[in-house]
Design a binder for this molecule. Structure first.
Ligand code: HEM
Length: 502
């Protein structure tokens, strides 16, 4: 009897193992033999066998670097999984991302929090939604917001002055600044993040956890739902981080409506979004839609802009000659008004523009894939017919360091690339501008680029005019190694600098 049950148990184990191994073997064979992607497309063998490989690379934070290395090894088209290709040549940008492209955002975007404009996949639905948001980012509207930005940078300068001559975590201070700007502009009230004496408000922890929680959900919604049943408070807080961020947005908006009503002359992007754009016949979104959009905008604005300011200061600390040139440009302006930090007076300064653009080139805030999927029967991308339903992407990290367009030394920080021989601002050749992928391309490109540029140029000019910026030591290089989890993440999650008043 006992023997029978043992035999039965081992039979069960063997049967399960056979089924599982058989399934894996079938999956591998079907990936290798039946992949719709032509078999002559180069790439690592593991990428032909399983899509799990690129998911693991992504989770490790090294997708951008590894895909870049694959392009250097295999050329302009690389296979990343049985159903995924990466491209890196200029003409493919328009095909994949340009207006009228038949490629749409991949379903992965639906895991990035609640469904708003950024997450919308259907191009027509996106166009309708974008129309009702985009008007708040018009330069004329943003110019009215400048005093709010300057005010937050005043607070940043106050905090940096208190810490002059000592080591500061510049990443923290830059993030707190753009978070406060985001609060003022998007929710109608600051987070007070720069008043926290170096401590981030709890909102920031939720914001950080929300990204990781969205990634976990994207990887396995089933595992995410299962974890929700575990009675561990810290785990539940982590899983609910996204919910918290959206609830905060909802409450802030209710509070705003109570204080100011629906029509007011308050200076904020929220006011504009609530009003719609009557002159262009654009109705406002509903309140629940607006509250999702404003929270999504804070997601979109914080790490991207905070990292850009931080990497610019890091590069200036590494390149003291450029730091000196920038300081001279700002404090020695011909009209002699070195305290004029208005955006109007800064926006076209050639060295400032060169430093900013070169930072965007080397340290793009979304360095790796902006994934799209081909639709219908597929499309022609470069020399290749790509079947429908294939994941396709390009990445800023590779495009913006292409030696054909950014020579000499594409990996070197050289703001001179954006300054003409006569010392004027140089926007770059049409090809260079096309290869600059930092804001994305086409109808899904960044709506906040003028706002981000304003924040970055004002902050950099004011910091460099007042402080000499130095590395706190060799450790700063280690901290600033680039990793990516869709957005750029400095490996050490901090940037140790010393700012001394000049
Ligand atoms: C240096 C700062 C920033 C960089 C480098 C950056 C980069 C990007 C990129 C690459 C995309 C395209 C994503 C894709 O195609 O998958 C994007 C989209 C977007 N960004 Fe930014 N961003 C920055 C700051 C901001 C700010 C400050 C805001 C607004 C407050 C913002 C709002 C948006 C929105 C709304 C979209 C989605 C547009 C759409 O789908 O229609 N971004 N951004």
């Amino acid at each position: 009897m006992e023997l029978t049950s043992q035999v039965t148990l081992s039979n069960v184990v063997v049967t399960i193992a056979t089924v599982v191994l058989g399934r894996i073997a079938w999956q591998v064979i079907s990936n290798l033999v039946f992949s719709p992607i032509p078999s002559n497309i180069p790439g690592p063998l593991i990428a032909r066998i399983t899509p799990k490989w690129i998911s693991l690379v992504e989770m490790s934070g090294s997708r951008g670097r590894i895909v870049d290395a694959l392009h250097k090894r295999y050329g302009p088209v690389v296979r990343l999984s049985p159903n995924e290709l990466s491209f890196n040549s200029l003409p493919c940008i328009k095909t994949i991302y340009g207006a009228g492209s038949s490629c749409v955002k991949s379903p992965a975007y639906e895991n990035f929090g609640k469904n708003g404009m950024f997450q919308t996949i259907d191009p027509e639905e996106h166009r309708r939604r974008q129309k009702r948001v985009a008007h708040v980012f018009a330069p004329v509207v943003l110019n009215q917001m400048e005093p709010l930005i300057q005010n937050c940078v005043d607070n940043l300068m106050r905090e940096l002055k208190k810490r002059a001559g000592t080591e500061v975590d510049m990443l923290h201070w830059a993030r707190m600044t753009v978070l406060d700007v985001g609060g003022e502009l998007m929710l109608g009230k600051s987070f007070g993040a720069l008043d926290g004496g170096g401590n981030a408000p709890s909102y920031v922890h939720h914001l950080d956890n929300a990204f990781a929680a969205f990634a976990l959900y994207g990887l396995s919604p089933f595992a995410f739902r299962l974890l929700e049943y575990l009675p561990v408070q810290s785990l539940q807080d982590f899983l609910a981080a996204g919910e918290y961020v959206y609830r905060y947005g909802e409450d802030a908006m209710k509070d705003y409506l109570q204080r100011h009503g629906r029509q007011s002359d308050q200076k904020s992007l929220l006011t504009k979004m609530l009003a719609g754009d009557p002159s262009a016949g654009v109705e406002p979104l509903t309140d629940p839609q607006i509250s999702i959009e404003v929270s999504n905008l804070i997601f979109a604005a914080t790490d991207t802009t905070g990292n850009t300011i931080t990497y610019a200061l890091y590069q200036l600390a590494c390149n003291p000659d450029w730091q000196d040139r920038l300081r001279q440009e700002i404090v020695g302006r011909s009209h002699g008004n070195s305290t004029d930090f208005s955006y109007q007076s800064l926006k076209d300064l050639p060295v400032l523009h060169g430093v900013f653009t070169e930072t965007l080139r080397l340290h793009p805030a979304a360095p790796s894939a902006l994934p799209r999927v081909t639709t219908g029967g597929g499309c022609q991308i470069g020399d290749l017919h790509v079947p429908g339903g294939t994941l396709v992407s390009m990445q800023a990290l590779t495009l913006q360091r292409d030696p054909e367009y950014f020579s000499p030394d594409p990996d070197k920080f050289n703001p001179q690339r954006w300054i003409s021989p006569r010392g004027e601002l140089d926007p770059g050749s049409p090809e260079q501008r096309e290869m600059m992928f930092v804001w994305g391309k086409g109808p899904r490109s960044c709506l906040g680029q003028h706002m981000a540029t304003m924040e970055c140029k004002i902050s950099l000019a004011r910091i460099v005019a007042h402080f000499e910026v130095r590395l706190a030591g060799e450790k700063t290089h280690e901290e600033m190694i680039m990793t990516d989890h869709f957005t750029l993440v400095p490996k050490g999650h901090r940037c140790s600098l010393v700012l001394t008043e000049v």
